[in-house]
Design a protein around this ligand. Structure first.
Ligand SMILES: [Zn+2]
Length: 422
């Protein structure tokens, strides 16, 4: 790839992370914070400048743009998506990135005053990047590689394709969304307007990551009504809501919690309990990759509720709210979209790392909205905190993967579409 275009990747990324775009779960607007517009407006200008077509931003801050097809035959429209916001969990204001060239494999001092180091003894992934250029924080903020690395990669890849008409590709659509970190990135995404047959979120971590499986997810709230009576005269009369809450917790499987599970093991995660005699409340989340296990977990909560309602007289109220679903069932019928990404990586000497996500992505929601959407690495590590870093070389590889996917989509169609396998 031409040096001059790749050279824009780093300054582009540094410019984006200098703009604070933290989202806010308590806000009711979209985008949830006004400052996300600062980056959005900049990106719209830049998309015009690099020669993208149909550059549009809607009233909710969703940006879309088109790279027109340069082939005569019918090639499916594909898309690339990343998000503009950073997590509410850690400050993204006044980010001062440090650039470590030719990383020597030793501790990196993030902040002398705070005695903060980024160490391969703790973060072993660092050893993968010896000799490379690392971009880190100064220990006071997050970096924002999640997901500004993805934005910089998509724009750099599009600019490359605009400048290299000899590379044949179909129509490519790109989108940048607000509020992914608060679970709303897909909420106001206009799938019909996007008109891609499938897309990829550029929002994964380590180079090579390719994900098309995630949790099925629900949240649950259990409210318990009690009856307060003087403790000395309470026999047969008092209903202690906190006691019942405790009984409910004791009926959940003790090993099926986040701290004891990995890979494809699901869990219940109780994250908030409050209680008095008159009332108590338990809030938890349910996660499982397997749809039938997921349903069984919800059923267990219903059974516990029923049992205690019989015992104490209808004082337990359960509400379960589905949050997102495993995109696998939507991606498997069109498995060639994973295979194209896999082939793109392999042809560039990148080993694909395919594993289920223990979480969700915007892609899972989009998949159920009719846009199958696996997730590809953007290159960063240690998201959502001061140890976040990204190797420049991983970002460059992501740019090449995007270009290659565009190219392969056109080639594969010319050869006849590969059939999905189940
Ligand atoms: Zn992200």
């Amino acid at each position: 790839m031409k040096r001059t275009l790749m050279e824009k990747l780093l300054p582009r990324f540094l410019e984006y992370v200098s703009i604070d775009t933290q989202s806010d779960p308590y806000s009711k607007t979209t985008p949830s914070t006004k400052k996300q517009w600062d980056l959005a407006k900049k990106l719209v200008l830049e998309l015009h400048q690099i020669g993208m077509q149909e550059v549009a931003i809607d009233e909710h801050g969703y940006i879309m743009a088109t790279l027109p097809s340069n082939v005569d035959q019918n090639v499916p429209t594909i898309g690339f998506i990343s998000h503009m916001d950073t997590t509410p969990d850690f400050s993204g204001r006044n980010v001062k990135p440090q650039i470590i060239e030719n990383y020597d494999g030793k501790d990196i001092v993030l902040n002398k005053n705070k005695d903060l180091v980024l160490s391969p003894n703790y973060f072993e992934d660092l050893e993968l990047y010896i000799g490379q250029t690392l971009i880190t924080t100064d220990g006071t903020t997050l970096l924002g590689a999640d997901d500004k690395a993805g934005i910089a990669e998509i724009i750099t890849a599009m600019e490359y394709l605009v400048n290299h008409p000899e590379i044949k590709h179909g129509e490519v659509r790109i989108a940048f969304t607000p509020d992914e970190e608060i679970g709303r990135g897909a909420h106001k995404f206009d799938v019909e307007k996007f008109r891609a047959e499938w897309a990829y979120t550029m929002d994964g971590s380590q180079v090579g990551e390719l994900e098309y499986e995630n949790f099925n997810a629900a949240g649950a709230k259990i409210e318990i009504e009690g009856k307060s009576v003087h403790p000395g005269y309470a026999k047969g009369k008092m209903v202690n809501a906190t006691g019942i809450a405790n009984e409910i917790l004791s009926l959940l499987p003790p090993r099926e919690v986040p701290e004891h599970t990995s890979d494809l093991e699901g869990f219940f995660h109780v994250y908030r309990v409050k209680g008095e005699i008159e009332s108590a409340e338990i809030e938890l989340i349910i996660r499982d990759h397997d749809a039938s296990h997921f349903e069984a977990r919800k059923q267990l909560l219903k059974d516990i509720t029923e049992k205690l309602n019989k015992k104490y007289g209808n004082c337990v109220h359960l509400t379960i709210t589905d949050q997102y679903r495993n995109m696998r069932e939507k991606v498997e019928p069109v498995f060639h979209i994973v295979e194209i990404a896999q082939e793109a990586m392999e042809s560039l000497g990148i080993e694909p790392i395919i594993k289920p996500i223990r979480g969700g992505t915007d892609g899972s929601q989009l998949s159920f909205m009719g846009l199958p959407c696996p997730n590809i690495f953007a290159g960063g590590h240690n998201f959502h905190g001061k140890y976040e870093y990204v190797p420049l070389e991983s970002m460059e590889k992501a740019v090449k993967v995007i270009v290659k996917i565009c190219e392969l989509t056109a080639v594969q169609i010319r050869k006849g579409r590969k059939k999905g396998k189940n």
